[in-house]
Ligand binder design. Structure first.
Ligand SMILES: Nc1ncnc2c1ncn2[C@@H]1O[C@H](COP(=O)(O)OP(=O)(O)OP(=O)(O)O)[C@@H](O)[C@H]1O
Length: 236
């Protein structure tokens, strides 16, 4: 996908994040443009999740700024759907698949009927219609991951941030998730972290490597894959 639109919607400037004296991120500068599909990879502990959480304003950087824009003007909020890498939900919590997916609509609070319709639509899209009333403690890791992906997309956010969406997902559903991501990329700005770049790199229009610092690859998709493999063979 070529990046024809150059409208900046998120801007990160001079981001640095330290945990005590340990530098997790240093000198990070980049802009997200509307319509981008940004594939992010890098070695374990390189700072990918930290960067996403800073971009989502869930974590304060030690220094630097994150600015959201709408039609060229700085705004306080942006609708962003987020699939965290490690699910933050305690699986002992007695909440059903439908309730997890519906929780993605909290900010929007549509009417009851509309809520039911959209939850049912996304539950089906995630292949979870036979598990809709099941509590999350009874799901496999892959099923829970799909429920959380449903929660991230149900509000049709302008930006979708997916941190390792294929974690726990079994082979049977991998291609299903790839197809869904490809479909979403036509209507949503996407940032996707993955260690498995072979398929994702071909779908994305931008490729970042995060290893405490940020490197944007401008080489071919194959080259990106090669470079990333070289970066840390153990993790990719
Ligand atoms: N809450 C925290 N407190 C202290 N150090 C942290 C915290 N969160 C992350 N770190 C450290 O920051 C660095 C970057 O971690 P981060 O999870 O962002 O890397 P990552 O690239 O997402 O790794 P992975 O590929 O393994 O998921 C690591 O050294 C990690 O130990």
């Amino acid at each position: 996908m070529e990046n024809k639109e150059k409208e900046i919607i998120i801007s990160l400037r001079d981001i640095c994040k330290k945990w005590d004296d340990k530098i997790a991120l240093e000198d990070i500068n980049f802009d997200v443009h509307r319509g981008d599909f940004i594939a992010i990879t890098g070695p374990n502990g390189g700072g990918k999740t930290t960067l996403l959480r800073i971009l989502l304003r869930l974590l304060k950087p030690t220094s630097g700024s994150v600015t959201y824009f709408r039609h060229g003007k700085a705004v306080d909020d942006l609708s962003i759907g987020y699939l965290p890498q490690k699910n933050m939900i305690d699986s002992r919590f007695p909440i059903s698949v439908e309730e997890v997916i519906a929780s993605g609509l909290i900010a929007e609070s549509p009417g009851k009927e509309e809520m039911r319709r959209r939850v049912s639509e996304v539950t089906k899209l995630m292949g979870l219609e036979n598990h809709s009333s099941q509590t999350i403690g009874n799901l496999s890791g892959g099923q829970l991951q799909r429920a959380l992906l449903g929660r991230a997309i149900i509000a049709r956010p302008r930006v979708l941030v997916l941190d390792e969406p294929l974690s726990y997902v079994d082979k049977r559903f991998e291609h299903y998730i790839y197809d869904l991501v490809a479909e979403l990329s036509h209507s949503t700005t996407l940032l996707l972290v993955s260690h498995e770049m072979s398929t994702i790199a071909g779908m994305a229009n931008r490729h970042l490597i995060i290893d405490h610092r940020l490197t944007e690859c401008h080489s071919s998709h194959h080259q990106v894959h090669y470079d990333c493999d070289d970066d840390d063979g153990s993790s990719m």
